[in-house]
Design a protein around this ligand. Sequence first.
Ligand code: PYC
Length: 450
Amino acid sequence: MAPEHGAKRQISMVGGRPSARQAVGRLVSRNGKAKPATYSAFGLLRHGLSQHPWPRVWRQHELASSYDAVIIGAGVHGLSTAYYLAERHGISNVAVLDRGYVGGGGSGRNTAIIRSNYLTPEGVRFYDRSVALYRNMATDLNFNVMFVPRGHLTLAHNDSSLRTMRWRAEVNKLQGVDSEVISPAEIKQLVPFIDISPRTRYPILGALYHPPGGIIRHDAVNWGYARAADALGVEIHQNTEVTAIHTKAGRVTGVSTNRGEVAAPIVVNCTAGWATLIADMAGVRLPIITHPLQAAVTEPVKMFLDAVVVSGSLHVYVSQTDRGELVFGASTDAYASYSMRGSLEFTEELAGHVLELMPSISKMRVLRQWSGLCDITPDFSPIMGVTEVEGFLVDVGWGTYGFKAAPAAGEAMAQLVATGRTPELIAAFDLARFSEGRLASERGAAAVGH
Ligand code: PYC
C-alpha cells in the first residue's frame, strides 16, 4: 500500500441498500447482498409469456441533499467506481451525476478495444487487472458484455517500431502478460486479407501479437455497471450538471447542480473531455490538453477479420464486430478542441490508410462516423488519486486508453475512497508525479502515433 492520503474519510459508511421489495425486479442473494434480477433463458420465457414489462435497468431518484460520496460522470469510470464502492466496500449512499446520459461521452464513443500490452511495468500491471475484470464481467454483472479475446496485433513497419514491439513484448512477459513479436508470415495466417508484400508503401516487418486482447460491446459495459450499481443502492442522476464544487478550509464539502445543492465529504471527478473544467471548479489544475478523436463504422459483411489490427505508422486500427461491421479509428485530431464533429478529411485519410493494409475491402461503404474527446497528459498515462483539496479525487487524463482501463480504475478508486489509502496498483499515476518529475510514459504504447 502507498502512504495514506490526507483526505482520511470522515463519512460513516452506512449501507443504505434497498430492501428486496424496494428493489423491484432485484433479488437479495443468500449472503445478504443485493443483486440485479437474473437474466436467463427462463426469465426471458417467463416475461414473454406473462407480457410483464422488464424492470427498469436503473431507477430515477429525487436528488438528496447529501451523500457519502458524489461521483461526477456517469461514464464507465464513474459507474465502475460506484459499483465497486457498493459491491466491495458496502458504500452505497453514493450519487453518480452526469449532465447528459449514461455512457453518452467517451464511454459510448470509443472503439471498444481491450488490451494490456503496454510499455511500462506499472501500465502493464494496471491494464492487465482491467483485462482480468473484463474477462469475468458478464458473470459478475449478469449482463452480456460480449467480450471476445480475439487477439490484438500491433504492426511494425520500420526497424524502430519493431524494436519498440520487442521491448513491449519483454516487459509484458515479465509481468506475466502474453505478448510476442511475430513474423509477416504468421501475421498473414491470423489476418489472411492483409497485404504483407514488400512492395507496399509501408511494408510490414512484424507485429506485437497479444492474444488476450480483443473487443467488447461498450454500451453493454456501461449499462451492466449502471444496472448493478443501481441494484446495490447507488443513485444515478442523468441530466444533472455540476455547476460548482464547494470547499472549506482545504477540503471538499459538496457540489451545486442544476437540480440543487448536494453536500458530500468525497467528490470524485470521473469525467473525460471536461475533466479540467470540473477540476477548475475545485481550484485544482490538471496538466491535460483535450483533443477530439474520430472513428467510423462500415456496413456489416460476413466475418473475415478475427484479430484487432493496429498500425501506428498508418494511424489506423480496425476490428470487426460480432454484427460484421468494421470499426475504424485513427489518431487524435491534431488540434486541441472540445468539438465532437466528424470531418471529411478524417474519412478520406482513414480510407486511404485502411486500403494500404487491406486493398480487397475497397468496395465496402462507411455507414457512420463520430467523434469523442480525449484528455491527454504529458506522459500519456492517466491521473488517479488525491489532489491538494482533501476529499476531491480524480480519475482523469485517460487520453485514448480510458475505456479499457475502467474496471481496474473503478476498483482502485473505490478502494481509495473506502480506505483513505492509494492502492499500490495506481500509485504511479498520481497527480504529484508531474511536479516531482517521475513520469510514467506510455506514449510508445499508444495504438497509433498522436
Ligand atoms: O489504445 O488500444 C488503444 C486504442 C484504440 C483506440 C483508441 N485507443
